[in-house]
Design a binder for this molecule. Structure first.
Ligand SMILES: Nc1ncnc2c1ncn2[C@@H]1O[C@H](COP(=O)(O)OP(=O)(O)OP(=O)(O)O)[C@@H](O)[C@H]1O
Ligand SMILES: [Mg+2]
Length: 252
């Protein structure tokens, strides 16, 4: 069974950035192939990883809906979709990438989600690691895709407000009785060390702190230059902090 890691958190806290850094670390350690899924309909993980091309799950579902009336008798939507997986999957060195995208019109999200789940179920056995980026907020927790993961990483910025929001996400995850192996908090964009007052609140929250990632000049610059975060040089401080997060997240 693959080891699956999903990320969650308030908008703009650095989920996508951290997914890219975790992937970078998994690649560095040779823990490949990784299946990387952008489950954010408005996601930009492909851009952050420097991936070009590839269709999204949403686009393929739309195409299917246009063509379904022409299917030969006995040919199911699932069969058609299965044949299309290859078009959605982008193969990169050490990892494959799948993007949900969006279907147009109401109701399409659900369908795209269930299709994604099917694709995941059919291909995931081949990967030792699955890494999933999610949209901001909590909606994804009720989707089948995040329902059973080995690790849910909850990302907060370096603020009390961010921490409150992470606590709500963690509470909801517990209430929904999801099959999540373990949950860990990441504080991202810390100004050097994390503030003691914030750390005290973390301790009181009962959330396990997996790591504190510093605000990083190189990440800011790569973003502005639209460079892939996979190209960050060895020794990048944020990437090293993510290494520790991954160690905690995957320790048995
Ligand atoms: N540790 C960091 N140091 C410097 N900049 C960072 C860091 N983490 C994230 N950023 C920057 O913060 C911005 C938001 O990050 P990112 O897109 O990863 O957040 P997100 O949580 O995925 O956002 P959304 O909720 O919109 O999906 C980006 O410009 C990114 O480059
Ligand atoms: Mg994002």
């Amino acid at each position: 069974m693959p080891f699956s890691i999903a990320i969650s958190g308030k908008g703009g806290t650095g989920k996508t950035t951290l997914v890219a850094l975790i992937l970078k670390e998994l690649l560095r350690e040779g823990k490949t192939p990784v299946l990387v899924i952008d489950a954010d309909h408005d996601g930009n993980l492909a851009g952050v990883l420097g991936i070009k091309g590839g269709r999204t799950g949403g686009e393929v579902v739309e195409e299917m809906q246009r063509k379904v009336s022409d299917f030969p008798p006995g040919f199911s939507k699932d069969q058609w979709l299965e044949a299309k997986v290859a078009e959605v999957m982008v193969e990169e060195r050490g990892y494959d990438f799948l993007s949900m995208g969006r279907g147009e019109g109401p109701g399409c999200y659900c369908y795209v989600n269930s299709v994604l789940r099917k694709i995941m179920d059919s291909v995931t056995r081949d990967y030792p690691y699955i890494l999933m980026d999610n949209a901001a907020g909590m909606e994804h927790l009720s989707r089948r895709t995040t329902r059973n993961v080995d690790v849910l990483l909850v990302v907060s910025d370096h603020s009390m407000k961010g921490l409150e929001s992470s606590k709500r996400i963690a509470e909801l995850a517990r209430e929904l009785d999801l099959e999540i192996g373990r949950m860990g908090l990441i504080i991202n964009r810390a100004p050097g060390e994390a503030d003691q007052r914030l750390l005290k609140e973390v301790e009181a929250s009962g959330l396990e702190l997996y790591g504190v990632i510093p605000e990083d000049e190189e990440i800011r610059r790569y973003d502005l230059e639209r460079r892939s975060l996979l190209e960050l040089p060895d020794g990048n401080r944020a990437a090293e902090a993510v290494r520790e997060v991954l160690e905690r997240a995957t320790k048995s």
